[in-house]
Design a protein. Structure first.
Length: 444
């Protein structure tokens, strides 16, 4: 049973008794029959909710009380027989959360308490997110506040942000906070790790014998996510043909597995994530506009670590306490560490901190840091003479070809792994490799 402390400010005795009896089902009720009595109780007690009549010792005296009540972070509900738009607007302007017209109904009160519970849940969720993601950055907190709203709905969630900012972590946290939590499935698929045919089979499932190697029937992740969450990571890499099929499954909550004529139904909530700009991919014809609108619902952007360096002190403390072995930074090393660009974001920071705890010397010097970070810190030097000689476009094309060729070699010619590592689309990869083939042919 809820134990809310409720302040009821009402000068009419019958109305006060009637409402008090209903509110007692919710928690403890304190009564006030005037503005002065209400202010006195506010000084001496802590309240969760306040019901305020507008006409107390004088007309519309309750309007002046609203701002003082809200200043104490109390959920405020107006009770009044007045239905004038100007007065209702003034009440909301002064800070009330709800406005009920007398005679109020049981349904109206239930709605008020439902909204109060939702707001309280949102606030608790945000506090947990602040603690889990270790941030006090105002812009980041405003983005995280969206999660509280998202928990009240089953609409899709789209998480954007660079690699290593915590998109997967956030998706799992949303699952933990959802109604069924750990009891419901959380199905995670990274779209960049599979070929188009395998991705289709993983998503939709397949019938035995539907393709070479399909020795038995298999449920797809869409079906496995029934009554739970389907998390599609790196969704920007999904081929256009599959985007169309996924769109239909999202809209209808049903689909056909590969090689099957039997319709499968699945009620899942979709969370997608990407480190790419979907609007740009739409303009290039690499992503469907209609799918983008289906992915949208609640959009959350996780900032890069270099954009919230104010959080670095707390992040360092967190990872230092997490380490099995304690170590400290010398002053210049700490300053360099905090102001480093962190291209791999929190994931890179965690990796570096794990390595530092293995040092035999517990004092981390500037030399230690520079030695550890030099391979991941982007070089600021470039060969301007080479750019001027061949032109910027050709120079960039040469860099693209070299990087793709080297990454392909390191990945043993695994295309999907290369696409994932370089965060490029199928069409971009095709363009670069065609340039590479043409360049090699011209040198034969």
């Amino acid at each position: 049973m809820n134990k809310d402390h409720i302040l009821l400010i009402e000068d009419d005795l019958l109305s006060r008794i009637s409402l008090e009896n209903r509110l007692l089902e919710r928690g403890r009720v304190s009564l006030a029959g005037s503005s002065e009595e209400a202010l006195q109780k506010l000084k001496l007690n802590k309240f969760d909710l306040a019901f305020v009549d507008l006409d107390l010792d004088r007309e519309l005296a309750g309007l002046e009380l609203i701002a003082q009540i809200k200043a104490k972070n109390i959920y405020t509900i107006v009770l009044s027989g007045r239905e004038d738009d100007a007065i209702i607007d003034k009440a909301y302007t002064n800070g009330c959360d709800d406005y009920l017209v007398k005679p109020y109904t049981k349904k109206g009160l239930e709605l008020v308490f439902k909204k109060f519970n939702q707001k309280l849940s949102n606030r608790n969720s945000l506090e947990q997110l602040k603690e889990k993601l270790i941030t006090q950055d105002p812009e980041q907190l405003s983005q995280l506040a969206i999660i509280g709203q998202a928990l009240l709905s089953d609409r899709p969630i789209l998480i954007t942000g660079e690699t290593g900012t915590g998109k997967t972590y956030l998706a799992k946290f949303i699952h933990e906070l959802s109604d069924n939590g750990a009891k419901s499935p959380f199905i995670h698929l990274n779209c960049s790790e599979l070929s188009e045919s395998l991705l289709e089979s993983e998503l939709f499932g397949h019938e035995k014998g539907s393709f070479t190697g399909a020795i038995k029937s298999k449920k797809g992740m869409l079906e496995l996510a029934d009554q739970g969450i389907l998390f599609l990571d790196e969704i920007a890499t999904m081929p256009l043909t599959l985007q169309k099929k996924l769109l239909k499954a999202i809209e209808e909550k049903s689909f056909y597995p590969v090689g099957s004529e039997k319709l499968v139904h699945s009620k899942f909530r979709l969370i997608s994530a990407t480190c790419e700009n979907l609007q740009e991919k739409i303009q290039k014809g690499e992503f469907r506009t209609d799918l983008f609108f289906r992915l949208e619902g609640f959009n959350v952007h996780l900032k890069a670590l270099r954009e919230r360096l104010g959080d670095m002190e707390e992040l360092l403390k967190f990872f230092q306490k997490k380490a099995e072995r304690r170590f400290v930074f010398e002053v210049d090393a700490k300053e360099y560490f905090i102001n480093y660009a962190w291209p791999g974001n929190v994931r890179e920071l965690e990796k570096v901190m794990d390595i530092l705890q293995l040092k035999t010397n517990g004092r981390v010097s500037l030399h230690d840091i520079k030695t550890l970070l030099h391979t991941s810190e982007p070089s600021k030097k470039m060969n301007i003479d080479a750019v001027l000689k061949v032109g910027l476009s050709s120079y960039i094309q040469k860099i693209e070809m070299d990087i793709v060729a080297e990454t392909l070699k390191n990945n043993k010619d695994k295309v999907r792994k290369t696409l994932s590592d370089l965060k490029i689309s199928n069409s971009a990869f095709y363009r670069i490799t065609q340039n590479l083939k043409s360049n090699r042919a011209s040198h034969v």
